[in-house]
Design a protein around this ligand. Structure first.
Ligand code: SF4
Length: 390
């Protein structure tokens, strides 16, 4: 363990002292958030899923709207996935919405519509991993279940002076073991939330505010004089470049061509202008390949612009083409121009020419909205600025 500024090895904080300090601070300082103050496991599950990789301010209106539209597990389970994805549009990481929907159906089928209180049973539900299981069990049921997310890992690595990489292997295991060992007998849910709240509001990644921190007197990283040096994390891989070409095809002023992505793909179940991997040479005729992919008759597509969109693992560059359709007929699989994506294992399972007004109500990613806008279509960009993480 690293020595403190005086050259001595700091003692590990006693759990009881840590618990008292954190709970007192949490009671006085916690933010007023719509999902706080409820013990309803469904509301807690929903908020925790929405908050993964996403800022509180972005989540707030989505959470409130979801609770109005789908107030119970039953309501969510019975809703068509397409509608759920539509309501999730703009929040990003759409796999979460698909898993949430599948999880709700499983809870109705296997647990009579009630989320179980045991961590093991929670973990058996589609989409619920160790973090979410710990959150639901501890916050809703006060089960002594630990949880570790990015905020908690950072706070614990600093307080306990964990030098190993907290993203994996021994470091990650050590953080989970610490998180379990310091849980109080009572108020485990509040204690977990206090750790998360401290990470979100005080112990930030690059500039921790140690001055007002309630655990400053027992923090190894603070004592070392370089609190921001921890946690140690292997650098994330850079997003890989991915070149695509998309077709914004319209019929008159009111209709636009959209295709639905297959469920098991990135953006699965969402609608977008037909898109394929771009050829390396623009002159090779990506516009014609797009017409063939969509099975439409149209004027020769013209380039309308280029957009970039960064996901956590991909940096996408999309060449946007625009064309005027001659009819509302569109059929996937009319692949006369050699498009590589639509020979039975393509990216789409449906294609339609739809009214622009109804298009905007379908589940659509921020990327698809950017493409439409680049193709000259007036688009509401949704309530967040895309899939990039906080
Ligand atoms: Fe984080 Fe500083 Fe508090 Fe330690 S004292 S937990 S480094 S804010």
């Amino acid at each position: 363990m690293r020595k403190d500024a005086h050259g001595t090895t700091p003692a590990q904080p006693p759990p009881a002292k840590l618990q008292r300090a954190l709970l007192r601070w949490y009671d006085a300082e916690k933010r007023d958030l719509p999902w706080r103050g409820t013990k309803d496991p469904y509301s807690i599950w929903l908020s925790e899923v929405m908050l993964q990789q996403t800022r509180v301010d972005t989540v707030r209106p989505y959470y409130q709207r979801f609770m109005e539209t789908y107030p119970t597990v039953f309501a969510l389970a019975e809703a068509p996935l397409e509608r759920v994805l539509g309501d999730w549009s703009g929040l990003g990481y759409y796999r979460r919405a698909r898993m949430l929907h599948a999880g709700a159906q499983q809870i109705v089928r296997d647990f009579g519509g009630e989320l179980p209180r045991e961590v093991e049973a929670l973990r058996s539900i589609t989409g619920i991993g160790p973090y979410t299981a710990g959150a639901v069990a501890s916050i809703a049921f006060d089960v002594r279940a630990p949880l570790v997310d990015g905020n908690v890992a950072r706070v614990l690595a600093r307080i306990f002076g964990v030098e190993e990489d907290v993203r994996g292997g021994a470091g990650r295991a050590r953080i989970w073991q610490i998180a379990e060992s310091i849980l109080p007998q009572e108020r485990a849910g509040d204690f977990n939330q206090a750790l998360m709240e401290l990470g979100a509001t005080v112990c930030s990644p690059s500039s921790p505010r140690c001055g007002p921190c309630p655990v400053r007197g027992m923090c190894v990283a603070f004592a070392s004089g370089e609190p921001e040096r921890l946690p140690n994390m292997a650098p994330k891989a850079k997003p890989r470049p991915w070149k695509r070409a998309a077709l914004v095809a319209t019929l008159g002023a009111d209709r636009v061509l959209l295709a639905r992505r297959k469920r098991d793909l990135l953006f699965g179940g969402l609608w977008e202008p037909p898109t394929l991997d771009a050829s390396n040479d623009r002159d090779e005729g990506d516009g014609a390949r797009l017409l063939a992919l969509a099975g439409v008759k149209a004027e020769v597509p013209v380039r309308a612009g280029e957009i970039t969109h960064v996901l956590s693992h991909r940096k996408m560059t999309v060449e946007v083409y625009r064309a005027e359709l001659r009819s509302a007929h569109a059929t996937l699989g009319q692949n006369q121009a050699g498009a590589s994506l639509d020979e039975g294992d393509g990216e789409y399972d449906a294609i339609e020419v739809v009214a622009r007004t109804s298009a905007m109500r379908r589940g659509m990613s921020t990327l698809a909205r950017k493409v439409l806008r680049a193709g000259g279509i007036e688009v509401n960009m949704g309530r967040s600025e895309g899939e990039a993480t906080k």
